[in-house]
Design a binder for this molecule. Sequence first.
Ligand SMILES: CC(C)(COP(=O)(O)OP(=O)(O)OC[C@H]1O[C@@H](n2cnc3c(N)ncnc32)[C@H](O)[C@@H]1OP(=O)(O)O)[C@@H](O)C(=O)NCCC(=O)NCCS
Length: 214
Amino acid sequence: MSTVIRPYRPENSEELDALYAICLRTGDHGADASARYADPRLLGEVYAGPYAALEPELVFVAEDGEGVCGYVLGTGDSEAFAARCERLWWPPLRRRYPLPDPEDDSDSAHVVRRIHAGAPLELPFLGSHPAHLHIDLLPRGQGHGLGRRLMERFVAALRERGVPGLHLGVSALNPRAIAFYRRFGFETLQAHPWGEWMGLRLTPPQPAAVSSAG
Ligand SMILES: CC(C)(COP(=O)(O)OP(=O)(O)OC[C@H]1O[C@@H](n2cnc3c(N)ncnc32)[C@H](O)[C@@H]1OP(=O)(O)O)[C@@H](O)C(=O)NCCC(=O)NCCS
């Protein structure tokens, strides 16, 4: 079976499990984070679950003969999405994952603090680049053009909604992803010691050329 890019199927619970598993397998700056988290669902609860639950129409998956091997997911409006997460997604998670000891410097503790902090909203480029995304492929799916195909599908969906631009955060420890985004046309919006915020403007589609024979 050749690999297809298709919409996420929220009615199939195995599909959500696949998103969470891929999130963990790529969660260490693009590499496998399984050894870093005792709870294998923790990363997915932050970086995959809210999108699948609250914005399923903007989740697309890559599926090959072995199953789902990658996804792109995100939102067209980061501020509105953060407000919905604050209302619907974070409260039960905060009860399930209490704040860790302030001395706890583990990866899990950082993610749990992220759950309690909510989403950062002070980004100055949200007006021009209101959308954001996460894209992850299992190793078997990487390097075959699937990242580009997923990204094109996601960008087309944003354009249909009239979204003017898209941002994402990428770790300095993930130069491969930075090169991929640059190749796709993303530019640096802000550089930080941890990595960078990158952005892509989505110009409206050009009107169809008028036929000179008409
Ligand atoms: C980053 C990732 C999404 C890229 O997807 P991919 O399928 O491997 O990339 P593609 O094969 O679609 O490459 C698309 C383009 O980017 C270019 N590219 C990809 N990796 C590159 C690299 N390291 N250096 C230069 N160019 C690169 C390709 O040459 C290709 O160019 P072309 O379309 O003009 O021929 C994927 O490798 C991945 O999921 N990695 C692990 C998880 C991860 O790091 N996610 C991002 C977290 S911010």
